[in-house]
Design a protein around this ligand. Structure first.
Ligand code: FEO
Length: 170
């Protein structure tokens, strides 16, 4: 079972994961509006991942005899001036999510809730990947600068991303 404190924070995490998806869909819209379909695809896949993350918390809370809750989510910032700005915002957002996951892991550890610790371990590892993915694209964009053929090649690379469901079962 889950303590009220841990369940409340996990319920908030459902909202943060769904809000992440909302944010990345807004970023996808910007990329599509400037005809960068590969970047748009990458963010679309990212949105699918975030919804899956929210679902994992939803299912875990219910399985632990708690009650999952769905809160409202805010309208994401939708005005972007550049791709670099999009991915820097995404990177900062993922750092925020990492802090949230660490908070949950700290609570689970303090409460010696080993089921929650085991569940959250997957998210700790996933956040390493999430931050690295955004930072990797930022570094490539910085290298590319104003080189349009470099941008075209990166767009093609990002067009190849496909959604892979989480490797964790609840
Ligand atoms: Fe679910 Fe991108 O953190």
């Amino acid at each position: 079972m889950l303590s009220k404190r841990l369940m409340d924070e996990m319920n908030l995490q459902i909202m943060y994961e769904l809000a992440s998806g909302h944010l990345y869909t807004a970023m996808e819209a910007y990329c599509a509006s400037v005809n960068l379909e590969g970047f748009a695809n990458w963010l679309k896949v990212q949105t699918e991942e975030e919804r899956a993350h929210g679902r994992l918390f939803f299912d875990f809370i219910n399985k632990m005899n708690g009650e999952a809750k769905i809160y409202g989510i805010e309208e994401p910032q939708g005005k972007y001036q550049s791709l670099l700005q999009v991915f820097q915002n995404g990177y900062e957002h993922e750092q925020f999510v990492t802090d949230r996951i660490y908070l949950l892991a700290d609570i689970a550890t303090e409460e010696k809730n080993h089921a929650a610790i085991s569940f959250l371990k997957w998210f700790v590892d996933e956040q390493v990947e999430e931050e690295s993915n955004f930072l990797g694209i930022i570094k490539k964009l910085e290298l590319i600068g104003d080189n349009t053929s470099g941008l075209y090649m990166l767009d093609k690379e990002l067009a190849a991303r496909v959604y892979v469901p989480p490797t964790i079962a609840v």
